[in-house]
Design a protein around this ligand. Structure first.
Ligand code: ACO
Length: 354
């Protein structure tokens, strides 16, 4: 059975740099607060009308495809991870296929909705397809246009200052080389914490999960149909912007990141001293530093770029991995560890022998 290897990798971030100081024009925050709590100095925001989650994905994908030495038409499956899709439906996978100009190939396109761990989930799915021999050139993309969906008033500052826009892509291919490519992936979730980091509307829940339905704008006596996806109430109460219980997420993240890294290492009989580079999901620099300490890794063994791009959710790992590779920090035969934790809660890890 072949392993899957990353044959090509690319990323794209929009040109527009938004500094912490710029955010102070829209909300009550400071550069000092943001840097101290998150490590973020600036992030990129897409052009509202000229760039989309899919258009950024196209740019990253074209680089990955070129570096893999294949043509777009050779792609035989698309996996697209995002929490900020261009449309509620259909997903971005088919839009990416269309925008790449390869609709004639009629290949399958799958959307992954696992937020910060979307790329790792996508990698794991791609790995299984390649191992079974079903596909030979899978395009896996993580892309986010967060700037469109955040609350940039002081009400939303706990969330809005963290996120940035961008896209990262890889092409996965089979390799017959022993002990090369994706060695293992580990996936986990805990749905009991779903609302701790969520954007619950627009959605079709109708208050189902909430005892106090009125607090979510639903009158139990109302038996009319429709009106659930976008209501004035949703907009007035800003339920269309994300909610995050930051401290709860932080506490769980620093526990689950090291746990899932260790689980993957144990499975293949390796230790943290074998790691050449850990590329953690860029959620918060403090989380990455905590994980580094827990795993006993040196600064050289961990790659962070949240300082420049903020948290780009499904795109953060491929962007950071690509940047690390371009900077010569990912070399042949290196043991690369990817790990993520986020909304769901979902978390996961992947070990790659480059
Ligand atoms: N500027 C200034 N003050 C702020 C800001 C801001 N941008 N945001 C919040 N505050 C204030 C709060 O109002 C609060 O004030 P109060 O004490 O007067 O009530 C105070 O700062 C502390 O707020 P906390 O939310 O407790 O701050 P915390 O130290 O927890 O940091 C943070 C917040 C950065 C969000 C942190 O909790 C965190 O990083 N959590 C994890 C995030 C994460 O990993 N998410 C997962 C990935 S994202 C995904 O999956 C989509």
């Amino acid at each position: 059975m072949p392993n899957s290897k990353i044959a090509g990798i690319g990323y794209f971030v929009p040109e527009r740099v938004v500094t912490n100081d710029e955010l102070t024009q829209y909300m009550d925050t400071t550069d000092e607060w943001i840097q101290e709590r998150t490590g973020i100095k600036e992030r990129r925001f897409a052009d509202k009308h000229k760039e989309s989650t899919t258009s950024m994905a196209v740019k990253a994908a074209e680089i990955a495809i070129k570096r893999a030495g294949i043509e777009k038409e050779d792609i035989d499956f698309i996996i697209f991870a995002t929490l900020s899709p261009d449309y509620f439906f259909p997903g971005c996978g088919v839009l990416l296929q269309r925008e790449l100009g390869i609709s004639k190939t009629e290949i399958g396109a799958l959307d992954i909705r696992n937020q910060c761990s979307g790329f790792i989930y996508g990698l794991s799915v791609a790995d299984q397809f390649i191992k079974t021999g079903m596909y030979k050139n899978i395009l896996l993309v993580g892309s986010e246009k967060h700037s469109m969906g955040l609350d940039f008033t002081t009400d939303g500052r706990g969330v809005a200052v963290i996120f940035g826009d961008g896209a990262g892509a890889v092409v996965l291919q089979p390799t017959e080389e022993e002990n090369k490519g994706v060695l293992t992936t580990k996936l986990h979730s805990d749905g009991t914490k779903a609302e701790e980091l969520a954007l619950i509307s627009p959605g079709a829940h109708g208050g189902y999960f909430h005892d106090d339905k009125a607090a979510f704008g639903f009158n139990e006596k109302d038996e009319t149909f429709g009106g659930i996806f976008v209501t004035d109430e949703i907009v007035k109460n800003k339920w269309h912007t994300p909610y995050m219980n930051g401290q709860a997420v932080f506490k769980k993240a620093v526990q689950k990141f090291p746990e899932v890294i260790l689980e993957a290492l144990n499975e293949v009989g390796l230790k943290s001293t074998d790691i050449n580079l850990l590329v953690p999901h860029q959620a918060n620099l403090r989380i990455s530093q905590f994980v580094q300490r827990m795993a006993g890794l040196t600064d050289d063994q961990v790659y962070n770029n949240i300082q420049k791009y903020g948290n780009t959710t499904a795109a953060s790992i491929p962007i950071a991995l690509c940047e690390a590779w371009e900077n010569g920090k990912v070399k042949d035969d290196d043991l690369i560890v990817l790990a993520a934790f986020g909304s769901g809660f979902t978390w996961g890890s992947a070990l790659i022998r480059w």
